[in-house]
Design a protein around this ligand. Sequence first.
Ligand SMILES: Nc1ncnc2c1ncn2[C@@H]1O[C@H](COP(=O)(O)OP(=O)(O)OP(=O)(O)O)[C@@H](O)[C@H]1O
Length: 270
Amino acid sequence: MLHVTSLTKRFGDKRAVDNASFEVGKPTMIGIIGRSGAGKSTLLRMLNRLSDASEGSITFEGAEITTLRGAARREWQSRCAMIFQQFNLVPRMDVVSNVLHGTLNRRSTLATMFNLYPAQDIHKAIDILDRLGIAAEAPKRAQALSGGQQQRVAIARALMQDPQIILADEPIASLDPMNAQIVMDALRRIHEEDGRMVIANLHTLDTARRYCDRVIGMRDGRIVFDGTPEQLTTGVARDIYGAGADFSEAATSTAIETLDRPNAAPVVPA
Ligand SMILES: Nc1ncnc2c1ncn2[C@@H]1O[C@H](COP(=O)(O)OP(=O)(O)OP(=O)(O)O)[C@@H](O)[C@H]1O
């Protein structure tokens, strides 16, 4: 399905992604972990063609992605929708219009200029918002929503494109633990119910372990681990993060786990 072969991105002398290779045979939920600067965002941006590869190849269902231009590149970008840490919504625009923005690639210039949306697209947008539990927010301005709600609007906008792949760049890094859990649950459900591939950059180990079928670990641009959550032992994690013997998993925890345990001690702010 997806084949990434010897993918490299150079910025001057620096190899932000260095000879990365992996294959995904079927829709899978994959977490990419690694410390800040390891190359996670650069890898995702190359997959989506927001950024050009310096070397290497990406193929999806047999077609080469790295060389796509113009309309073919835009068509690829709708097949693999991307969501971001900062949601990237239009803050003053209402929620449903933000979601309908996901259809921009396939609308005529005239329809875009006059803000005309087909009724079936509007119904589809509302249905998607409903599925994500935020249909009631549809008429509100995006800026009036909580971070977790805004990220779900961004997911809804991505789903409007009916993508085969969802690329999520640190989707929960700006959220509190409860909203982080809601957003990760939504991504997992979309993967399981729709059979879409989800590749998410995650800065915390526990989230990757809990939600993903497969984890890819990056260090200094290289893929240094590719396996199941069970194979991701503390020793392996220490290697990925380049940490010493004092490495503590708690330091990379989102505290999502504690939400599930009714008897867990309350988290006391420092
Ligand atoms: N446009 C750019 N120009 C120059 N260097 C860049 C550029 N984008 C990324 N880099 C560098 O490439 C390396 C990888 O960055 P990248 O953002 O992919 O890492 P990351 O693992 O996603 O980290 P973070 O979690 O902090 O976003 C870093 O050293 C970064 O400084």
